[in-house]
Design a protein around this ligand. Structure first.
Ligand code: ADP
Length: 384
């Protein structure tokens, strides 16, 4: 996860998206997207399949014309410029390489097509192959390379033209796990060294979180949150983001003063600004929970499973009244027996409250039911 400070967008961001909306027939793929991306930023568009990531990227590239809104680069409208006239390049999957051309010819192709002088082409291709660690493979054809090397060639081909902005659509999805992890570091290093702005589309939250300075989380064509990886994890602003990023215990209930009521007199203490009585969710990361003897926790339940992970173990606890088992990560030496009763100690300062907006209609009905509990029980707020 990137822990450094996010680049502060300057007075004028490199890329500005203003009210972008787009539909394919009856399907609205983008709903009024507003987004600023700074120069030299490594930016990720993250979300589940079908949320509109590719439509957004293709709109920036010029392969799609959004029905509404504007795209500005350095403050100048891009929206009406055709793809080939934009100072923007798109990295394609490695299967788009020319199979009959060598690595260096593949990389040189775009520059030659633009009429760049031969000596300059040779110099720039040489530099890029060096940067990307492919110099000794320059004479090979794509078929004589591993998947990871082919992906590097695709990347070299995209960066040799030194675009202001490089767009990458699921650049690592064809690679196996180990090569993918190597390439994530490689991409980050390259982006940093080349001083380019990268916008990467991915559905893999670990990938987005490990590479990007900032991440935009998209859901059904809308931006849920745009933040640094650390903030998305520690301070999700919506239930969707809390659920999509990392592992979280989502305790759905009703906002009450000083916490969230889970019904049956149970209240999880958490500071929030939500209207009293509205559907709300307490978000608790597994590492922010500690186990205690039965009778002394915030919540209490029965251990249904334990998973040994090395230094830590994951303990699954069934808490009466909660739909899903509660997950806690504890040091491996503290693992309780399956079937034992344990207390779960939550830390109010590490619990996050978000509106439960899954389904306004259903949530309103549920709120009606749980509000009764909240009023009737006159609960004591449980805190640790
Ligand atoms: P993602 O990249 O996040 O998977 P897309 O931008 O590809 O999402 O798609 C967003 C929505 O638009 C989806 O519902 C998808 O089915 C629809 N869609 C995308 N491209 C087309 C198209 N050419 N014709 C019709 N529907 C499309």
């Amino acid at each position: 996860m990137t822990t450094g400070p996010a680049p502060v967008p300057g007075p004028q961001p490199l890329l500005q998206l203003r009210g972008l909306s787009h539909s394919y027939g009856a399907v609205q793929a983008l709903h009024g997207i507003d987004l600023d991306i700074a120069g030299n930023e490594f930016f990720a568009l993250l979300g589940p399949s079908g949320c509109g990531k590719s439509t957004l990227l293709r709109s920036i590239a010029g392969f799609e014309t959004p029905a509404e809104g504007e795209i500005l680069l350095d403050g100048e409208p891009l929206t009406r410029l055709p793809a080939h006239r934009r100072p923007v390049n798109m990295m394609f999957q490695s299967y788009a390489l020319f199979p009959h051309l060598s690595v260096e010819k593949n990389v040189a192709y775009g520059l030659e097509a633009e009429g760049t002088a031969k000596t300059e082409v040779r110099q720039r291709v040489g530099e890029v192959l060096e940067t990307i660690g492919l110099t000794k493979f320059a004479k090979r054809r794509p078929g004589q390379l591993s998947g990871g090397q082919r992906q590097r060639v695709a990347l070299a081909r995209a960066i040799v033209k030194r675009p202001r902005l490089l767009l990458l659509d699921e650049p690592l999805s064809a690679l196996d796990r180990k090569v993918r992890a190597e390439m994530q570091l490689e991409l980050k290093r390259l982006q940093h060294e080349a001083g380019m702005t990268f916008v990467v589309v991915t559905h893999d939250q670990e990938e987005a979180m490990s590479m990007a300075d900032r991440v935009a989380v998209l859901n059904a064509g809308r931006l849920e949150q745009v933040d640094t990886p650390v903030t998305l994890y520690a301070a999700p602003r919506t239930r969707f983001v809390a659920d999509f990023i990392g592992t979280a215990n989502l305790l759905d209930g009703t906002a009450v003063a000083g916490g969230i009521s889970l019904g049956s007199g149970l209240v999880v203490a958490v500071e929030h600004q939500l209207p009293a009585g509205s559907p709300a969710t307490a978000v608790v990361r597994p590492e922010d929970v500690s186990l205690a003897p039965a009778g002394s926790g915030t919540l209490e339940g029965t251990v249904v499973d334990t998973f040994f992970l090395g230094g830590t173990s994951t303990v699954s606890v069934q808490v009466p009244g909660l739909r899903a088992p509660f997950t806690a990560n504890v040091r491996a030496v503290q693992v309780p027996e399956r079937g034992s009763r344990v207390g779960l100690v939550l830390d109010a300062a590490r619990t996050v409250a978000v509106a439960d907006d899954r389904d306004a209609g259903a949530a309103a009905a549920a709120a009606g039911a749980t509000q009764g509990d909240a009023r009737g029980a006159a609960q004591e707020t449980v805190s640790s």
